[in-house]
Design a protein. Sequence first.
Lengths: 451, 461
Amino acid sequence: MTQDLLGLATDLAGRAKGGEVVEAFLTHELNFYVKVFSGEVEALSASEPRGAGVRVFSEGRVGFSYTTDLSAGGRGAMLDAARENASFVTPDEAIGPAEPTDGPPPEIEGMVDRGQEDVRPDSKVRFALELDRATAARDKRVRAVEESVYSDSDTEIAIATSNGISGTYRRTDAWCFSLAIAEEDDDTQVGFEFDLARGLNHLDAVDVGQRAADIALTALGASKIPSARMPVVFEPFTAGQFLGVLGQALTGEAVQKGRSLFAGRTGDTVAASGLTLFDDGRLPGAPGSAPWDDEGVPTSRTDIIAGGVLRSFLYDSISARREGRASTGNASRSGFKSVPGAAPSNLALESTGQSRDELLQGAGKVLLVQDFHGVHSGANPVSGDFSVGVTGMLLDGGEIVQPVKEVTIAAPMLEILSNIRAVADDRRWLPFGGSFGGATTLVSEMTVGGL
Amino acid sequence: MIAPDVIQRTLGAALAAGGDLAEIFVEDRTSMALRLDDSRIEDVTSGRDVGAGIRVLAGDRASYAYTNLLTEESLRTTAEAARAGLECPAGSVETDLRRVVGGGHSVVVRPEDVGAADKAATLVKANDAARSQGAEVRQVMVSYADVRQKVLIASSDGRLAEDDRTRVRFAVQVVAARNGEIATGFEAPGHSGGFELLQRYDVEDLGRSAASKALRMLDARPSPAGEFPVVLAPGTGGVLIHEACGHGLEADTLVKEASAYAKRHGERFGSEAVTIVDDATETGLWGSFGVDDEGTPAQSTVLFEKGVLVGHMSDVLSAEKIGHPPTGNGRRQSYAHLPIVRMTNTNLLPGDDDPEEIIRSVERGVYAATFAGGEVNPATGNFVFGMSEAYMIENGAIAYPIKGAQLIGNGPRVLGVIDAIGSDFGRKEGVCGKDGQHAPVTNGMSTVLLGKMTVGGTEAG
């Protein structure tokens, strides 16, 4: 990296006036993106964005400002704006900066794939072409591949505060996806599949492409099924999306403000008795891991639900101070342009031990849910209502009875948690504005809305 | 924002190794946002984001690079990075940049001329009004945001366009609770224009309206699942047209035949009463602009005329492939994004039916008062919408609120079940997501009767 990010952060923090704490957060990214359609590169993008955000804390207030202009003038204007913005905030004794800890937190293994630096752009383009080819070549009923994308980023993050927090770390990320369109007898179905890793060498274009094609192919001939109450199995992909909705209700802030289906339920049994739901920002290999969170607080593991009982929520510094407790290291920003708030890092259910095959064979007649439609409108983390469109398979003892489309499934989210009978050992991490560990999950009963 | 000679040298550098077209998109975006939560002004934020993206087109291929630094040297390096993705014969740059003029904008009160204290006062008013609706109102979040986005677009075919867009949005979200039941209500108007939005809308009305929605939904019973006639409320139901009909008529999906509408122009999909238009030209609407993000002037495009598919929406690249001039629907979230085909303000034009008569005609069905959003798969046309406020209709009258209702169906088929269109046209502002990019859009429609739809809910039948 060309620019001394930590130096810029330290300079900003050093400009705190008496009675103030200044926190500076900077990022510098190297991004690459290539999209292939029909055997040809359709779009390619390379960029190196950077920027800074500062929070100025003073007398129970905080103001924020950001800029992409990292010149002395740009940095000064940002600091002045943050200082002025603070003056309009309602004073609150919980508002204050994160507290520094003794010494830097231990590093997380494997955040950077050293081999990624040596991957040339033409190798990345070849990877995307291979992904497109593998998807298209899977079966002659794959009519088209809507897009095959490879993308990566190499990010440096730096933070410094005038009360003693200082740090920088780097992460590499690479991901790919393919979108297959299959057609047979006037029926069209799509299949989406992706993978993510720290570098291109850990992604498998052929495997991802074939799986995307297979999802579309197996859905051909799908139809509605009659409305019923019946068992439902979430694929890892949909189980991860369900956790993504749940995660919005699991922050201390959401609970404190009555904006969570879990508000007032600490200590209650909220899930099936054997169920453990945890968040762990230090899991090697998981995409949401980091040595410290976006306020510079060391990350940690939090058991949110243990043995079916609600134990804890996820906190940043301000929401933690409101309850007189310590941050769990879950402050998160969507970038240098946003203020931090609490959010899951890597959120997952502990497996109950079965393999996917064992789970499906023992489940009898179930609706296997492969994709949700309308999650952002049909799932409400405040009220706990959960009602979404799905595509999937009707299975009996793990054998396919028929593919299913245009039906809905619904149940209150607390009822879903209480009806989880098994979580298989096939967890994969899904990036839905956080990182969510989905595994094949059996829910004993939901309402299926169809014919 | 950048001198014409620098633009020309930058475009020249972008085409030095070939290509059909080079384009630069320069953006200077300043924004301010305030958020009230738990009766406190918690966040006051502002910032400036400046950058330029350079795109080189060669055949069907687009190569892109962007930078935060607007010096000539940085622009040249970015141009070189953009062209690095291409191998093709050398292109040429027009020496004469011709200015493209788009529609105007009306900003009566510039947001930057309004003090933060005055903006904060509107949040407090809306909060107080919402909380005055009763003790069951447990939480209120109010937010205000203004954005000024100045853009300059120049391309090697001689096009030069500028636009200066100001948008303001105000949102109230209310949580109400009673005996363990929780419900939410939401109001979020926005427009292209200045602080006068909050003169057009009474912020106290917005607070009371969001609160009363949440309070009404506390009485909601679980939605039934099954097939029902569905009445869509004016305004909010427009999201159905956006999702079910609009996305499949974006030319990027049409040219890939990844749309359920591909090769079906001229086909009848609905009755004579169904006319759908995408219109970016109407001054002051949330989804309007002067020129799109490729410098094409805003247009009005008829998609369905009297039930027949007649149009599509395109950007420069997809227009070339489809063999029609671009319709001015090339939009991008920022300089960091490649332009893609997007909707603007999409409307089902009003009909002649009496809205009250439409409800009276339904024996047992669902009244969708507010959609929380929706999504569609353009390839299959299948869509799903969640209703955040809905009611059962029984014996021709609205009977009681229901929760957890989802509307599920298929785009090409839904126009065929539009059995009545009211005269009470309304609009709702929204933010549309596509390929990871967000764009401000407006959806418009009147009260509409859909004869038979699948509704998802928690109660069988």
